[in-house]
Design a protein around this ligand. Sequence first.
Ligand SMILES: Cc1cc2nc3c(=O)[nH]c(=O)nc-3n(C[C@H](O)[C@H](O)[C@H](O)COP(=O)(O)OP(=O)(O)OC[C@H]3O[C@@H](n4cnc5c(N)ncnc54)[C@H](O)[C@@H]3O)c2cc1C
Length: 464
Amino acid sequence: MSADLIHDNEILLTPTPTSDTLLQFLIRARSKRKFTVLVTENYPNDIKAAHIFAKKLCDHKIETIVIPDTTTFAVMSRVGKVILGTKSVFANGGCMANSGVANVVECAKEHKTPVLAVAGLYKLSPLYPFNRDDLIEVGNSGKVLDYSDSKLVDNVDVVTNPLDDYVSPEHIDIYITNIGGLAWVVLVSSNGAILSPQELFNLNIDKRERIAIIGAGAGGSSAAYYLQRFSPGKYDVTIFEKSDSVGGRSTTVDVKGHKVETFNLSTQKFGEKVKGTVAIWNGDRVVLELGSSWWSNIKLLINKFLQSYYDGNFPFANLTDLTVESKFSEVTHLTAEEYLYEQEISDDFANNLIQAATRVNYAQNLDQIHGIGSLVAVAADGAEQVKDGNWIIFDNFIKYSDAKLHLQTRVKSIMKNEEGWLVSYDDKTSYFDQVIIASPFGQSRINLQSGSGKKLSEHPVEFK
Ligand SMILES: Cc1cc2nc3c(=O)[nH]c(=O)nc-3n(C[C@H](O)[C@H](O)[C@H](O)COP(=O)(O)OP(=O)(O)OC[C@H]3O[C@@H](n4cnc5c(N)ncnc54)[C@H](O)[C@@H]3O)c2cc1C
């Protein structure tokens, strides 16, 4: 959401350098936007915090300028948005924030600059701020006026150092919460009381269908990309990836300091004649030796498959219909083991060559994958690679999908109940309307359960 609210090259101003939520909000926005943040110094209480905050923003490649509080009005005409962190949000839609914020929002009002406040729903308080002065804690006034300067002290009646400011609701345009952006009037029900977090959830402000994708490999990343491309903005997509990078099995590995970009089992092009003998050596002995006809045989099978796959079938609306119409269902209903046996492919060839390909490509053995899968696994013809690694395609799919990506997050279980699919990861759980499992199910170690506690089938595709 942060990237939706911040534009490229925008200048933002914040007077709340102590807010971690705001820091994370800006860092998140930086992954998609380039912008500048002006941080007010907040004399005298938050000067150190302002400098630390600015340093953290710089570390994340966000252009940051610390400005004296006195320049706020002067720079406000150049500011696109003021963004605040909040301490708590009251029943009237006002909030508590660092001292100095009240001054900044007044300047923003004068310049008609929008003010956004970030606040997790847990910051909503049922308290109505009847007596605002009582809410404000006062700190050491010696920070404002040096008591050793007796001449100055003698000429001043009262010096106060408020630690907080009360910000009235009229000064805030939108509250950015963990369930979306809310105008403060939405926070308050018709009887004047602030809505509970549950009631706010029930408002269903973000009506988009929530989709969880498990795995950021080719399957997961392309699912996210095409959901966004064909139904822009319709789905709220979250991707969970247990490793620390995108790409899954399409990855670049470092072998003794050399980047290895692609692997491929195939060394033979379709059109080429096989020279000499092809054999497989298992380290001790030759386990398979092939005559010159082996490639012609497999080629015939693959050609038949490719021809009916491409001829007149694109684009297709429904994969199942395509499978039935093109008679592939006759092969998808058979395991690869059964299909290759039917085609009189020898056990040695099937187990030592084709199964090697189905294992690396699809992490499945011949008795687990269907017939067509086994053919595709050995059909690497005219393959091309992206410079620096094919994983870059999948990384870009995710960037353009607008999906939320959680790396190093392993999904442990998925459970269906009346509210939807409850996905458990790390020590957390979240509900989704749909879940796409885009990882080899057997290896993903996901406990998949229906609401009754009954374990769902681990092999949703039933073979005949
Ligand atoms: C050596 C080799 C050569 C290949 N050559 C080719 C080729 O030339 N052409 C071709 O088209 N294909 C090739 N492939 C196959 C291709 O790489 C794979 O089919 C494809 O990458 C699979 O993508 P995927 O998204 O289905 O699964 P994966 O890439 O396996 O992605 C699944 C992701 O899910 C994550 N995950 C698993 N469990 C969990 C969990 N519980 N929680 C969160 N995340 C989880 C994994 O970390 C992984 O990142 C090759 C594969 C290999 C290994």
